[in-house]
Design a protein around this ligand. Structure first.
Ligand SMILES: NC(=O)c1ccc[n+]([C@@H]2O[C@H](COP(=O)([O-])OP(=O)(O)OC[C@H]3O[C@@H](n4cnc5c(N)ncnc54)[C@H](O)[C@@H]3O)[C@@H](O)[C@H]2O)c1
Length: 262
């Protein structure tokens, strides 16, 4: 059993710019031998993704679009993959999150439920929605498929992260329940808890830089907020046979920050 992804078919959802954790995951999966389909929200995100996709180590099979909050979009995407590209999927990566500005940056006590609901829908419920839509393809994997999402340690409250915190707690819980329900089908479901990375989503959080600075100072191994490759390599590991007995877990890839108190 190895960490090779040769011959594995992977869908990586949430590739925007070259800084995106999703972009780095697609690159790591390709380097390990995987064939990759990219996906992002329709319109501008899809257009930006299509441009930067040329900078990946291999050309992705196709760049698709779907809004994760629209069940019809996800359904069509699954049908299109099955009709035009692959009969099965060995890996699905969920690298998607969004919260309206009034749900972030120190407004926790005043955020209206409408904004919380949007953040929950895009960032947490979507893991179930995406996985369930792709289930007919995942079930046909001859290797035992693997679903991986990205979280930010939901065990404690952070400065400025505000309602993204509860969405990550929900995502981590969805991760457990999907692992419970899909394990008997041979499908593994895990999350990677990444330390702060300077991406579009990261930088849209007011005060993100201060959090990132503390991380680099305190993490036992240090932490480079401009390098998502350690996170991407761990996702590639979780997609591989080397992780065949791992499911329902949240792996901390944070330079060891979560292991120390001060
Ligand atoms: N950047 C960090 O510090 C950090 C830390 C831990 C976890 N994460 C998580 O990593 C994942 C990827 O984020 P990133 O930091 O690479 O940022 P990013 O901005 O590069 O990626 C977020 C992606 O979500 C997509 N998206 C937003 N709304 C969508 C919708 N309705 N439908 C479809 N796609 C939609 C965006 O287009 C974008 O591609 C997220 O789950 C994020 O919470 C990020």
């Amino acid at each position: 059993m190895s960490m090779s992804l040769t011959g594995r078919k992977s869908l990586v959802f949430g590739v925007l710019t070259e800084t995106s954790i999703g972009f780095n995951i697609a690159a790591a999966a390709m380097k390990a031998g995987a064939d990759v389909i990219l996906a992002n929200a329709p319109g501008r995100p899809w257009a930006i993704m299509s441009r930067v996709s040329h900078r990946l180590p291999k050309v992705p099979l196709v760049c698709m679009s779907a809004d994760v909050t629209k069940p019809g979009d996800l359904q069509s995407m699954a049908e299109e993959i099955q009709r035009d590209y692959w009969k099965s999927l060995d890996g699905v990566v969920h690298a998607v999150a969004f919260a309206p500005q009034d749900a972030l940056g120190g407004n926790f006590l005043n955020t209206p439920f409408e904004s919380v609901s949007t953040a929950m829908n895009v960032s947490a419920f979507s893991l179930k929605a995406l996985t369930a839509s792709m289930l007919p393809l995942l079930e046909k994997s001859e290797f035992g498929a693997s679903v991986v999402s990205l979280t930010f340690n939901a065990g404690v409250a952070w400065p400025v992260y505000d309602w993204m915190g509860p969405t990550k707690a929900a995502l981590e819980s969805v991760n457990h329940y999907l692992a419970r329900d899909l394990g008997p089908k041979g499908i593994r479901v895990n999350a990677v808890d990444s330390g702060p990375i300077t991406t579009m989503a990261g930088e849209s959080i007011p005060g993100f830089d201060e959090l990132a600075k503390v991380w680099s100072e305190r993490a036992p191994l240090g932490w480079d907020t401009s390098d998502a490759t350690p996170v991407a390599d761990t996702v590639a590991f979780l997609l591989s046979d080397a992780a065949r007995a791992i499911t329902g877990q949240v792996l901390h890839v944070d330079g060891g920050f979560s292991a120390v108190g001060a």
